[in-house]
Write a protein that binds this ligand. Structure first.
Ligand code: GRF
Length: 198
């Protein structure tokens, strides 16, 4: 029996996470839950308001003990019977030990997907919007990709380019970029859902 049991991992405001869980519910296939690594993340409030199962596994409680932190995450994923992970602004780099638990030996990929706010391999890391805006780029974009052991290096699934309006403030640039992120992640999520539940 094919399954597509998804957990979302997020650390921040949660606009991508919220969009994904809404898309999943609308498609009749709600996500199993949200994992958050920060007590004070905005995404927790959103999950509470919308009754999304969620758990905070606070990274700060596991200082220098990434393996214990990841073991706590894995326990929850097992309880939720999760076989796909969608990262949505999750600020912890997952270890190769963790990723191995989600390795698909047929596709040779980890069943862990990420959204990144640039046209990778341009602007990897956490400051993509800031760097692109400072560089006054004419075009920018977003990428959905498989996660691998590197940082923002995994196989690309889809990219979407957009034109920067030179009149935009930084906030407007990010807001527009995030609206593109939401649409692209939604498209990929629904493609995966169709593909994996056929
Ligand atoms: C997004 O720009 C995402 O691409 C990046 O982190 C940001 C998270 O934003 N990985 P939000 O919490 O989804 O609003």
């Amino acid at each position: 029996m094919p399954k597509f049991n998804v957990a979302i991992f997020a650390s921040g405001e949660g606009s991508n996470a919220q969009n994904l869980w809404r898309v999943a519910s609308k498609a009749g296939h709600p996500v199993r839950g949200l994992i958050c690594d920060r007590q004070d993340a905005g995404v927790i409030k959103l999950a509470e308001q919308e009754n999304i199962p969620h758990i905070v596994i606070n990274k700060k409680d596991y200082l220098k003990k990434q393996s214990d932190f990841e073991a706590a995450i894995l326990n929850q994923l097992i309880e939720w019977d999760v076989n796909w992970i969608f990262l949505a602004g999750f600020m912890t780099i997952l270890s190769s030990h963790f990723l191995k638990m989600y390795f698909n030996s047929i596709t040779q990929k980890f069943q862990v997907i990420n959204i990144h706010p640039s046209l990778l391999p341009q602007y990897p890391g956490t400051k993509s919007y800031q760097q692109a805006y400072a560089d006054k780029v004419n075009t920018h974009g977003v990428t959905v990709h498989y996660v691998d052991e590197g940082v923002d290096t995994g196989p690309i699934i889809e990219q979407q380019i957009f034109t920067r309006d030179i009149a935009w403030s930084f906030e407007e640039f990010v807001a527009f970029g995030k609206s593109i992120e939401h649409k692209l992640y939604e498209k990929v999520f629904l493609n995966f859902l169709n593909e994996h539940l056929e």
